[in-house]
Design a protein around this ligand. Structure first.
Ligand code: ADP
Ligand code: MG
Ligand code: ZN
Length: 630
């Protein structure tokens, strides 16, 4: 690796990669001036009034005209006003009038000598130079400029990667362009305080590498941002560059793996070479798992990828950490990365980005609400309703709310917009004109009230926020929204069992009240089974299997798929245990519902009438009826 890069100078302007034509302003100014000159050759101070030819002749005959200018297509003439104060100028179309000259000679005029001054204007020929400029030079210049801006936008679309690939195979095909002025700062990243804290040191290092060098400290060369999709990994990497005010080389892992064998490795080499020249700077490799996957020992693995990874490892070892090149990488599959990438001296810092908690969601909402015009928003209501959402989803919710406000013809976003868009994002848009038959509507209403009632009667369940039977585009015919009042980190066995009971409450209501079962419960069944299975296989919450791990989880950040870690016999028995738990919960739900049929009927009646009721309205019925019983 060459180490001849110039010494870093602190506070120096970040270098501009390929600055464009620097005199844009001047250029446009001149261009506009030329256009104006061409379009408006005469910009006189007098106002020119249009007049018809008859008026012109009659003014000439009555001796009012002082001067006439005959042009190819128009005639301009000046008259003295009767009171002799101001002269006025008129304009009329040129007429094929052979007697005009004679008429002008003979006419009288207010001029001293009593004669009209008249002349024909000589049409000016454009000069040869002017012709050359207008017809040749200008179009050329315009074309060059258009070309440059087109190539530039294409380049930035391709995420900073040069377009040379089509034309050449050399290392120039792997040019990567740095973005020099990143506007993103830590203020744009809400929540994620721990991640910011960890990255601040890197910013400090980039600002002042000398301080670290003097003491002999080596900062980590690389940091790995790990977390579920949409938690702001890409965002925070840009923010580091923005805060440190250094060039930002950003490339996605998949861009290394190309059609041509060897290109990936070349690209890596080129990237580090350029970064060395631009130090201090940041290299950001997004979705690094595309190249950083564990190398397999099988013959005929993905050669291209392994070459690229080897090159990356070599480069990371090769360059001098004190030069001020910091490598950030992001992934949501950390467990799939090659161990060699994670050893000290490479990506030895791991920065965890988590799904935001309640406070985090409030902060993210605030950041994104700044971008839209809004009324007073009850942020905590919205933040509570978005439990489990990532930053990207919250950004999307705010945008949906703004779109909804526009659709409704309003000028600003309201809390109601946000609440509706939370539901749109979670359950799809409302299908207002879908017709549902009377019996179906009744079943859906009882089903939803069943969920809500079972939730409400088990004190540990989260309060019901809203019940609705307006169908959604996702296929949901109705749903019960539960909202946690606070973020929960731990769930007890009791709470999980209650949750399963709540999920079975819909079906239980169908059975108890309508005497039928429908397909409407399929989603509930899936969720209930997943919870029950996890309780047995992962949380050690069954007597039979105590604290034995029966399942391992992969890809925790991407939904998570699990693979059994037990024998087939055990697996069959686990199924029985899971079934038992679900049956218990179902029986409990059925009992709660048949004991409180009066509440069921009243609440379902109200729901059928209004289609959407709030948690408060529902709880009012529950409290009143239960109060009456005691
Ligand atoms: P990731 O790379 O982790 O998948 P991104 O950084 O691409 O996620 O985030 C996508 C978008 O989500 C961002 O552009 C931003 O608008 C929003 N976002 C995510 N997390 C946050 C956060 N903590 N604060 C503010 N906005 C966020
Ligand atoms: Mg990303
Ligand atoms: Zn249901």
């Amino acid at each position: 690796m060459n180490n001849t890069a110039k010494p870093e100078s602190k506070g120096q302007e970040p270098q501009q990669p390929r600055q464009g034509f620097p005199y844009w302003g001047l250029f446009w100014g001149i261009l506009i001036a030329i256009i104006i000159n061409m379009l408006f050759p005469i910009v006189g101070t007098n106002r020119i009034v249009p007049a018809d030819y008859g008026t012109f002749i009659s003014k000439v005959d009555s001796g009012l005209v002082k001067a006439v200018v005959i042009e190819d297509r128009q005639i301009l003439f000046q008259t003295a006003s009767p009171d002799g104060k101001a002269d006025s100028t008129f304009q009329t179309g040129a007429m094929d009038d052979p007697q005009l000259v004679e008429r002008l000679i003979n006419a009288s005029s207010p001029n001293k000598d009593g004669k009209i001054i008249f002349t024909k204007k000589i049409q000016k020929e454009n000069s040869a130079l002017m012709n050359f400029i207008l017809l040749w030079l200008l179009p050329c210049v315009i074309m060059i400029l258009v070309w440059r801006s087109v190539t530039r936008t294409m380049r930035s679309r391709m995420n900073g990667v040069g377009m040379g690939n089509f034309m050449s195979f050399g290392s120039s095909g792997a040019r990567i362009y740095a973005e020099s002025q990143i506007k993103t700062t830590f203020a744009d990243v809400a929540g994620q305080e721990e991640a910011k804290e960890a990255l601040k040191e890197i910013v400090e290092f980039l600002h002042n590498p000398e301080k670290y060098r003097q003491i002999g400290a080596n900062l980590p060369k690389g940091a790995l941002l790990v977390g579920p999709p949409g938690t702001g990994k890409t965002l925070i990497a840009r923010a580091v560059a923005g805060e440190a005010n250094v060039p930002f080389f950003s490339i996605s892992g998949s861009e290394f793996v190309q059609m041509f064998v060897g290109m990936g490795a070349t690209k890596v080499r080129d990237l580090f070479k350029q970064a060395g020249e631009k130090a201090p700077c940041i290299i950001f490799i997004d979705e690094i798992d595309a190249i950083g996957k564990k190398r397999e020992n099988s013959i005929g693995g993905n050669d291209e990828r392994e070459q690229t990874l080897n090159q990356l490892l070599t480069e990371m070892d090769g360059f001098d950490g004190n030069k001020g090149v910091v490598i950030l990488a992001a992934t949501n599959r950390p467990e799939s990365l090659d161990k060699a990438l994670l050893r000290p001296g490479r990506f030895d810092r791991r920065i965890q980005m988590e799904l935001p908690d309640l406070e985090g969601r409030k902060a993210i909402l605030e950041v994104h609400l700044k971008k839209v015009r809004h009324d007073d928003i009850d942020i905590s209501v919205v933040a509570r309703a978005t439990s489990g959402s990532s930053g990207a989803e919250i950004a999307n919710i705010v945008n949906e709310a703004a779109l909804r406000a526009v659709r409704m013809g309003r000028q600003s976003v309201t809390t109601a917009d946000l609440e509706e868009s939370v539901e749109t994002v979670m359950a799809g848009a409302q299908k207002k004109n879908k017709v549902i038959s009377g019996t179906e509507k009744k079943i859906v209403a009882y089903h939803e009230i069943g969920h809500a009632l079972v939730a409400a009667l088990q004190t540990d369940s989260a309060p019901v926020h809203k019940i609705t039977i307006v169908p959604r585009t996702s296929g949901a015919l109705g749903y019960t929204m539960q909202v946690d009042t606070e973020d929960q980190v731990l769930m007890s066995r009791r709470e999980l069992m209650n949750r399963i009971a709540t999920l079975t409450g819909g079906r239980a209501a169908e059975e108890v009240v309508c005497g039928t079962v429908t397909t409407g419960a399929s989603n509930d069944i899936g969720q209930a089974t997943r919870i029950a299975r996890a309780m047995v296989t992962r949380y050690g919450m069954s007597e039979q299997y105590d604290m034995m791990e029966l399942e391992t989880r992969n890809n925790v950040y991407l939904g998570g798929d699990s693979s059994l870690a037990c024998s087939a016999d055990t697996a069959a028995d686990v199924d029985k245990v899971v079934l038992g738990m679900i049956k218990d919960a179902h029986a409990k739900a059925r009992k709660l519902i048949s004991d409180n049929l009066d509440i069921m009927h009243e609440a379902a009646g109200l729901l059928m009438e209004k289609e959407t009721i709030t948690g408060e309205e529902f709880m009012e019925i529950v409290r009143r009826r239960r109060g009456a019983k005691e």
